[in-house]
Design a protein around this ligand. Structure first.
Ligand code: NAD
Length: 497
């Protein structure tokens, strides 16, 4: 690690931020990975003003879609060429195991490629005419849009917003999480290297309550695409309402995974474990509430706990590690408070529940796979997002009981169903309230399939071919084909000479 202070990307300049100096820490050791100066509100204003000027004068918005797409394809290619460096950087920035960060980098490259294709194949439509005119529906870029992202999957979250926003012809300001700024900065470098005009992308690390708020309120920002906690999302939605500004909000979750009595248990055990414990449970779509058919409950729990006890927790640089540390000491304390709360609410520990200690565990913010049972769905640990490796297991009696419990949540982001009976799974999948339902799989993603939540889990959708339209304004064009002047005016002329 170098003590050198990293420059930020502000309005086409690489220069130091004007805010406080701080470090990004490696969660596996608590040691600094990089030092940087946060942006301050002046930097925010400069970045947005610069983005606005670049939007107006760089010619990006006026380039033909296939020309913009060529730059996006090049960004995808550069991400692939530097995949290993990016994956290692993300591992250090947020402590995820290297296998996982490699997947996130590959997903970011795929996202740029996908939205390049969406850009050059987007069709504007001629709508059925209902008069002496040809009617068209076309799309225009919005101007400056903001991408505000959390710390758990930086490069993938940022690509998901930046790629469609640029494809649509906009300028983008990225506000990465304060504690994971490095990938957004690197992405901005790659965008410039790929030929994106300067000023079209800025990166503003720092405190969300100050910078994110200033970005959201800025009159030149025409859209905010936000991923993060529900409380922050609601705050942004209030500001957006006052500005009449569209937003997309990808928020928290408390997703149920459901094991029916006819499930293939090998698949169900593997899927439930992956759903909650991969990424150390720091995933919005973590399957954190497990519902098991009562008849199957104890045998299933025995298998699940035995398999969970074998999960390899440790050094994220090790290729065989399945779970790395949590993001920070403060976040681990929050997870511990939730486990203590679950126990005080009458829960029993089936696994884990104690901070890991010894050797590398003493340096990083490790927490083991933890399974609680003996609780009811209305208790706080079953209703609030813990965002850590904590699974609450709950038995159910029949479908009515299951639906009552599984759908009883403020959140409705995702759900998983394990059953060999495709008709039962289909019927249940339609009744579960969630933005995404996985049947006999879990936590699988495809950039071609829209993603988002219901209720407190969010508003709007990202991904999918039409995801690009989130970053465009729709416009209707009427082309008059009249042989004679409009009747009203000509009749008027005749009556009143
Ligand atoms: P957070 O809401 O604290 O922060 C997210 C981003 O918002 C950060 O960049 C932060 O600096 C910024 N921010 C904070 N206050 C702000 C304000 N007042 N105005 C504008 N921006 C502000 O969330 P977090 O702790 O970084 O991330 C964890 C949360 O993100 C979890 O709730 C998780 O479920 C959610 N998440 C959701 C998805 C999804 O796609 N639904 C994906 C990943 C994470």
């Amino acid at each position: 690690m170098t003590e050198q202070t990293l420059p930020l990307c502000i309005a086409g300049q690489w220069r130091l931020g004007r805010g406080e100096r701080y470090a990004s820490y490696y969660p596996a050791t608590g040691e600094p990975v990089a030092w940087l100066n946060a942006a301050n509100v002046e930097d925010v204003n400069e970045a947005i003003e610069g983005a606005h000027q670049a939007f107006l004068h760089s010619g990006w918005a006026q380039r033909k879609p296939h020309e913009r797409a060529a730059v996006l394809y090049r960004i995808a290619q550069l991400i692939r060429e530097q995949a290993e460096e990016l994956a290692q950087l993300q591992r250090q920035d947020n402590g995820k195991p290297i296998g996982e960060t490699r997947n996130l980098v590959a997903s970011a490259a795929g996202t740029f490629q996908f939205f390049a294709a969406a850009c050059e194949t987007l069709e504007e439509t001629i709508t059925p005419s209902r008069g002496d005119f040809v009617t068209m529906s076309v799309y225009e870029p919005m101007g400056v849009v903001a991408a505000i992202t959390p710390w758990n999957s930086p490069i993938a979250s940022e690509a998901q917003k930046v790629a469609p926003a640029l494809a649509a012809g906009n300028a983008v300001v990225i506000k990465p999480a304060e504690i994971t700024p490095l990938l957004a900065l690197q992405l901005a470098r790659l965008c410039e290297e790929a030929g994106l005009p300067k000023g079209l992308i800025s990166v503003l690390p720092g405190k969300g309550s100050v910078l994110g708020d200033a970005i959201t309120r800025h009159p030149l920002v025409k859209r905010v695409s936000f991923t993060g906690g529900t409380r922050t999302g609601k705050h942004i939605a209030h500001i957006a309402a006052d500005k009449m500004m569209p937003v997309s909000l990808e928020l928290g979750g408390k997703s149920p995974t459901i094991v029916l009595d006819d499930a293939d248990l090998d698949h169900a055990v593997a899927g439930v474990l992956y759903g909650i414990f991969s990424s150390s449970g720091e995933a919005c779509i973590a399957g954190s509430r497990l519902f098991v058919a009562r008849a199957l409950y104890e045998p299933f729990m025995l298998r699940l706990c035995a398999a969970a006890a074998n999960i390899k927790v440790g050094n994220p640089a090790d290729e065989t590690t399945q779970m790395g540390p949590l993001i920070s000491a403060a976040h681990r304390e929050s997870v511990e408070r939730y486990v203590a709360l679950g126990l005080s609410e009458g829960g029993r520990l089936r696994l884990g529940g104690q901070r890991l200690t010894g050797d590398e565990y003493d340096k990083g913010f490790y927490y083991p796979p933890t399974i609680l049972e003996g609780l009811s769905n209305d208790q706080r640990v079953c209703q609030e997002e813990i965002f850590g490796p904590v699974l609450i297991a709950l038995p159910f009696d029949d479908e009515a009981d299951l639906l009552d419990q599984a759908n009883d949540s403020l959140y409705a982001l995702a759900a998983g169903i394990w059953s060999r009976d495709y008709k039962r799974a289909w019927s249940l999948g339609r009744k579960i309230q969630a933005g995404t339902v996985w049947i006999n799989t879990y936590k699988q993603f495809s950039i071609s399939t829209p993603f988002g939540g219901w209720r407190d889990s969010g508003l709007g959708r990202e991904k999918g071919r039409l995801g690009i339209l989130q970053y465009m304004e729709q416009k209707s064009l009427y082309w008059g084909m009249n042989e004679r002047p409009l009747a009203w005016a000509s009749e008027h002329r005749e009556v009143a000479p």
